[in-house]
Design a protein around this ligand. Structure first.
Ligand code: SF4
Length: 444
């Protein structure tokens, strides 16, 4: 693609895993609101749970997650105890034993918690929420720090899907991001998951890393495909050193420029599609028989803080430091720092520190943005609102239209295959909050 054309789209934009996005949350929404929202969950509803573990053995310099290197057993035990307490407290606020359709352990590195602590937290989940054979349980695993008894642990936690972080296997890239991970370590993690009977083994790849090239990405994808992943997420490295100080270690001159990033993304997508994976949304790939590919084919794909999901629930309950809950009334985020989170839980409160109460306009715009991000198209007439009210937003789409990245048919907006990398630009046209808070990473 022409450099001049890319330059026109090279601007920072949210990833739209929520709308409004997290930088707009404020302390005007707090624990009292959250408690009322939890109490209003009706019997018969089904929720998704997200547990955040903000610890890793060592820090990778490229990482944008809320996490830190922690080794003290006492600190890990204290955090696990707080999670158990929070699970009970949130369940008490709900007032009945809510069925959980999905549980996602994220971080950080969830397995930074020793296996007995993970089992204890899982037991607390099973006590306070109704889990059954249909509950999907996903966990993020760092292949470099696979627990000794990984297969038994994954079975005990009833895990049904694992995500393995890979990034790039090239030594120069690994040295530049402070993460040394061999193909053998990665294979051992995938083998442990499959030995536990886990049918869905997913890999997270990253392009746009320092010293990364199309050659290194091609070689990495070759190694990953040999491990037979069910899904692959292909994320662009988000360089945000103003919020993630650890990224200041990464020399900006070693980062691929916008044209090189775009070429890496395109080549990776080409290889994955040629290998038989279906391209989904902005940055996911799945085997055609995978639940995510099927959901994408029927318009049932959803997007939440974990990215793309097949989870149909409109109730997401976040547990742990920085975790975000999404309820019909709005968003509620726990204290971001581990210490404030622990202090709130140990003081007998919910850990909610900020959030945002939604109005009907937010819900309408959020629904439009979600459909665009998931389906690459949206019918403005499908939401019961007069499409004419979005004349300004449609006018903002004109450059995308003239560049061949989308077209309009009546009230329908359809992003073309060429426009897929610019999905966030199309979504941004409907973002009434854009520019009011926060600084985002580059959208290409
Ligand atoms: S990439 Fe994973 S292991 Fe590395 S710091 Fe981030 S969360 Fe921790």
């Amino acid at each position: 693609m022409e450099q001049a054309l890319l330059a026109r789209y090279d601007r920072p934009l949210p990833r739209y895993t929520s709308y409004p996005t997290a930088p707009h949350f404020s302390a005007a929404t707090g624990a009292k609101d959250h408690a009322l929202w939890l109490a209003a969950i009706p019997p018969g509803a089904r929720a998704s749970l997200y547990l955040h573990v903000p610890f890793c053995r060592t820090m990778c310099w490229f990482c944008g997650c809320t996490t830190s290197a922690v080794h003290s057993v006492g600190a890990l035990e204290r955090y696990a105890a707080a999670l158990e307490t929070e699970i009970g407290r949130v369940a008490a606020a709900i007032g009945h034993r809510l069925p959980a359709g999905q549980i996602h352990w994220g971080g950080g590195t969830p397995t930074a918690l020793p296996a007995p602590l993970l089992r204890r937290v899982h037991a607390a989940l099973a006590r306070h929420f109704a889990l059954d054979d249909t509950t999907e349980i996903a966990i993020e695993i760092d292949p470099r720090t696979l627990p000794d008894d990984a297969t038994a642990l994954l079975r005990d936690l009833a895990v049904t899907r694992v995500s393995l972080g890979v990034q790039d296997f090239a030594p120069a890239v690994q040295a530049a991001i402070g993460r040394h991970q061999s193909v053998a370590q990665t294979k051992a993690a995938a083998d442990a998951a499959r030995a536990a009977g886990i049918a869905s083994v997913n890999f997270d790849l990253v392009y746009g890393l320092p010293f990364q090239t199309i050659d290194s990405l091609e070689a990495t994808i070759g190694e990953v495909l040999a491990l037979g992943p069910d899904r692959i997420a292909l994320y662009g490295y988000a360089h945000v050193p103003w919020t993630r100080k650890r990224q200041q270690v990464i020399a900006e001159r070693a980062l691929p420029d916008v044209a090189a990033r775009f070429a890496q993304q395109q080549r990776a997508a080409e290889l994955l599609v040629a290998a038989g994976y279906r391209r989904i949304g902005l940055d996911h790939f799945a085997r055609p028989e995978d639940a995510m590919a099927r959901a994408a084919g029927t318009g049932a794909l959803r997007r939440n803080f974990q990215g793309y999901t097949v989870d149909p629930s409109d109730l997401l309950i976040g547990l742990g430091a920085s975790a975000i809950s999404f309820l019909p009334q709005g968003y509620a985020q726990n204290a971001v720092g581990t210490q404030p989170y622990l202090a709130a839980i140990e003081a007998g409160a919910l850990a909610t520190a900020k959030g945002l109460a939604l109005d009907d306009e937010d819900r309408l715009r959020g629904a439009i943005i979600e459909r665009l991000m998931c389906d690459l198209e949206v019918d403005l007439a499908a939401f019961g609102a007069d499409p004419a009210r979005f004349a300004g937003e449609c006018a903002a789409l004109a450059p995308l239209e003239s560049d061949g990245f989308l077209h309009r048919e009546g009230s329908r907006i359809i992003v073309t295959e060429a426009g897929r990398p610019f999905l966030r630009h199309a979504a941004a046209a409907f973002d009434a909050w854009l520019g009011q808070a926060g600084r985002h990473a580059a959208a290409i």
